[in-house]
Write a protein that binds this ligand. Structure first.
Ligand SMILES: Cc1cc2nc3c(=O)[nH]c(=O)nc-3n(C[C@H](O)[C@H](O)[C@H](O)COP(=O)(O)OP(=O)(O)OC[C@H]3O[C@@H](n4cnc5c(N)ncnc54)[C@H](O)[C@@H]3O)c2cc1C
Length: 447
């Protein structure tokens, strides 16, 4: 790239959103440059990570035959941890993994509903697809600012010597980081990261032999499982933990609202170490070696925190636009879909040679019609609900544990007595009216 080179479109950040945008643009013959601050795409990126197939398959049909994936997910679980016990709900179905032979291997039919992935491998492969289609990928180059002329974005200021790069429009897909650096300027300083809109997640990758993983998680060869956990897994903070099986490692992590960390003074390192030491978790990872330790923020503000998505000369997609559905742990697929829709909006704008906010308003319309904003809108009340009902994360798992113990423990007391004790285990912590009101409010928050 020479100092004064001009592009049709600049994409900032080669995560799922940016690569989806660059790939779509390059395939349409758009002259696009994709800036990535990392040494390579994925070098610093963090995800649990469960990757959903549907959206990626639209971008790279048959991706599962060549992408670096860990395991197709055949089973999903929710565990509620009390201080020493665990209550489990799970669902396993071959319908999640159509065509994936029980012995593993790569099927012709598919894809599975979801795969576990490691982002350092996956993002690199995905970005190469954009490069193969004709996008120019420039790594180790951070975009420091957007360039403005007469109220319109006309390019970016990079950290390179020949730092300024110009284009007809910029698509910002730099992750949550952009909310503090690039986006406030686009929104006249009204936005920025708020602790109550963001979760801080820490994750470890623990190496374990393939056979041990399949034994411990009771998995058919080559298949994977996910476990989401609430309760004692986050040391009294409002949050969720996770365990995902990779090919020969386990991804284990815990996330809690940043505002909770600030209030409690707890350290994320202690939270994950306490979680790993829980009697229900320790045997799953015993003998494993911690290979990586990662931390990242997750935008969880939901629909009400979505910033300005477009303006004169720019659009915003993925985490930069707060497009994460935390109820269903979906983020990478929303990022890819929004990146693709932003690119398609640019392609149409290019035909009209109109890169104004009026022209890019079509991006917001497309997002409104897609699952991305339909789902976020459905859950628009959930953040407030969880903030105002911390008992869902904290006392409910203890309550379920106590009720299950009292019901299942055989001590020769009459069963009617057991039933009474079980009800007491619940009502000692929450009155029947309180329970009903929590249920009702939860139902309302998701309508
Ligand atoms: C612990 C954790 C677990 C998660 N689990 C899941 C899960 O299981 N499933 C799921 O679907 N989602 C999950 N998510 C959410 C998901 O990771 C994100 O929603 C998704 O990665 C968003 O993609 P993105 O491309 O918008 O942003 P990112 O993936 O953050 O990518 C942004 C890219 O921009 C680059 N960049 C940043 N600033 C600049 C700059 N100034 N200049 C140039 N480049 C820049 C970064 O290096 C990065 O490559 C999880 C997130 C976390 C943190």
């Amino acid at each position: 790239m020479s100092g004064n080179e001009r592009f049709d479109c600049i994409v900032v950040g080669a995560g799922p959103a940016g690569t989806a945008a660059a790939l779509t643009l390059a395939r349409a013959g758009v002259k696009v440059v994709l800036f990535e601050r990392g040494e390579f795409p994925g070098a610093k990126n963090v995800m649990g990570g469960v990757l959903y197939s549907k959206t990626l398959n639209k971008l790279v049909p048959g991706f599962w035959k060549e992408a670096p994936l860990e395991r197709p997910v055949i089973e999903q679980n929710l565990w509620m941890l009390s201080s020493d016990s665990v209550a489990k709900v799970g669902y396993r179905s071959p319908r999640f993994v159509p065509g994936h032979a029980a012995e593993g291997g790569v099927p012709d039919e598919g894809p599975a509903n979801a795969f576990t992935v490691l982002r350092a491998k996956f993002d690199r492969w995905f970005a190469q697809k954009a490069v193969d289609a004709g996008a120019l990928l420039i790594t180790e180059t951070a975009v420091e600012d957007l360039l403005w002329e007469n109220g319109k974005v006309v390019g970016v200021q990079t950290g390179r010597d020949d730092g300024k790069v110009y284009a007809d429009a910029v698509i910002v897909t730099a992750g949550l980081h952009a909310l503090n650096s690039l986006i406030p300027k686009m929104a006249d300083g009204r936005l920025g990261i708020k602790p109550e809109h963001v979760a801080l997640a820490v994750k470890q990758i623990i190496a374990l032999p393939k056979e041990k993983i399949e034994d411990r998680f009771n998995l058919p060869a080559g298949m994977g499982a996910t476990i989401e956990l609430v309760g004692a897994s986050t040391s009294g903070l409002t949050g969720i933990s996770f365990i995902y099986t990779n090919a020969d490692s386990i991804s284990i992590g815990a996330g809690a609202m940043l505002s909770d960390y600030v209030k409690s003074g707890k350290h994320p390192y202690d939270v994950i170490e306490d979680f790993k030491a829980h009697p229900a978790i320790k045997p799953l990872i015993a003998g494993g070696e911690v290979k990586e330790y990662l931390g990242h923020l997750i935008p969880e503000g939901g629909y009400n925190a979505v910033p300005k998505l477009y303006g004169d000369g720019f659009m915003v997609a993925g985490d930069s636009a707060m497009l994460v559905n935390s109820v269903h742990r979906e983020g990478s697929n929303l990022a890819m879909e929004s990146g693709r829709l932003a690119a398609e909006t640019f392609i149409k704008a290019k035909e009209r040679k109109d890169y104004s906010a009026r022209s890019f308003a079509a991006y917001r319309d497309a997002l409104d019609k897609s699952f991305v904003l339909k789902d976020l809108r459905k859950y628009r009340g959930i953040q407030h609900y969880l903030d105002s009902h911390p008992q869902i994360f904290l006392s409910y798992p203890e309550m379920v544990s106590e009720a299950a113990f009292r019901f299942l423990n055989v001590d020769e007391a009459p069963k009617a007595e057991h039933e009474k004790m079980m009800v007491q285990a619940v009502t000692n912590r929450r009155s029947m009216m309180g329970l009903l009101s929590d249920l009702w409010a939860g139902w309302r928050a998701t309508r």
